[in-house]
Write a protein that binds this ligand. Structure first.
Ligand code: DGL
Length: 269
C-alpha cells in the first residue's frame, strides 16, 4: 500500500535535520529516508549547474527508495532545482521557501522583513519575489550570509566570533526589521545567537516547523499518512568525517549512528 512508503528528505548536510525533527514531531508514524550531502556541503556558493547536478543524483537515489513524497529541506536547492525535481518524479514535492515566507508576512507588523540565506538563495531573489507578490509595500532586506553555514557545521555557536559575524552582516538591520526569516535550514541552530544580538522582540521565522505543518496538512487531507504505526528513519551521508552524528544527536535528541550509512554519490559519476 502506498501509505507504507517512506518520505524522502534531503539537504547539503546537517541543516535538513532541523526540518526532519519537526516532521518527526508532527508525523511520527512515518518512515523517512534522509540524505545529507556532507561530502559536498556547502551548496550555497556553487553555480546553479552544479547544484542541479547534485540534486539530480540525490533525487535519483531517493526515488529508488520508492518514496511517496519528497521534502527538499534545503533553501539553496529549493530556490534553484525545484522544476528539475518536479520533472524527474511524479510524487508530491515540498520546498522550504513558501511556508516560512507566508509565516513571516503574518508575523511582521511594520512590513520590514529581513531575509538571510546562502549566496545562491539570495541571488535567486526567490524570497524577495514571494514576499512582495501579494503586497508591494512589503520591504524586504536581503543579505547573503555564507559564513553562517561553516559556523554551524563547525559548531561555533554562542561565541564572541558568532556575534561578530552576525554584526558584520546584519548590523544595519538592528533598528529596522521586525521579522527575520531564516532562509537556510542550517540557521535555526543560530537562533540563540540571533536572539541575543537582536533582542526579544524580533520575530524569527525558520522553515522547519512551517514546512512540517504543510506536509502534515497535505498528508492528512490526501489520506497519505501512515497511522498507528511506529516510524523510523534511515540516514545516508556522503562523507562521515564531519559533525553529522554530533548534530543529529543535538537536533534529534538521540544517537542515530546505528541507522546511518555512507553513500558516496560522487563515486557514481
Ligand atoms: N542548508 C542549506 C540551505 O538551506 C544549504 C547550506 C549550504 O549548503 O550552503 O540553503
Amino acid at each position: 500500500m502506498s501509505n507504507e512508503k517512506a518520505i524522502g528528505v534531503f539537504d547539503s548536510g546537517v541543516g535538513g535535520l532541523t526540518v526532519l525533527s519537526s516532521l518527526l514531531q508532527l508525523l511520527p508514524g512515518e518512515k523517512y529516508v534522509y540524505f545529507g550531502d556532507t561530502a559536498r556541503v556547502p551548496y550555497g556558493n556553487k553555480t546553479p549547474e552544479t547544484i542541479i547536478h547534485y540534486t539530480r543524483q540525490i533525487v535519483e537515489f531517493l526515488a529508488g527508495k520508492n518514496i511517496k513524497a519528497l521534502v527538499v529541506a534545503c533553501n539553496t536547492v529549493s530556490s534553484t532545482g525545484l522544476e528539475v525535481i518536479r520533472d524527474m518524479i511524479d510524487i508530491p514535492v515540498f520546498e522550504v521557501i513558501t511556508p516560512p515566507a507566508r509565516a513571516a508576512l503574518q508575523a511582521s507588523k511594520n512590513k520590514k522583513i529581513g531575509v538571510i540565506g546562502t549566496r545562491r538563495t539570495i541571488t535567486s531573489e526567490v524570497y524577495q519575489k514571494v514576499l512582495t507578490r501579494g503586497d508591494s509595500s512589503v520591504k524586504v532586506y536581503a543579505c547573503s550570509t555564507p559564513l553562517f553555514v561553516p559556523l554551524v557545521e563547525e559548531n561555533i555557536l554562542g561565541t564572541a566570533l558568532t556575534r561578530q559575524v552576525i554584526k558584520y552582516y546584519l548590523e544595519d538591520w538592528k533598528n529596522n526589521i521586525d521579522t527575520l526569516l531564516l532562509g537556510c535550514t542550517h540557521y535555526p541552530l543560530l537562533v540563540p545567537d540571533f536572539r541575543s544580538y537582536f533582542g526579544r522582540d524580533l520575530h524569527i521565522i525558520d522553515s522547519a516547523h512551517q514546512v512540517a505543518q504543510e506536509v502534515h496538512f497535505f498528508m492528512k487531507k490526501k489520506n497519505m499518512r501512515r497511522i498507528n504505526r511506529s516510524g523510523n528513519v534511515q540516514y545516508y551521508i556522503s562523507d562521515p568525517a564531519g559533525e553529522f552524528l554530533y548534530f543529529a544527536r543535538k537536533i534529534l535528541k538521540h544517537d542515530i549512528s546505528k541507522y546511518c550509512a555512507r553513500l558516496d554519490l560522487a563515486e557514481k559519476e
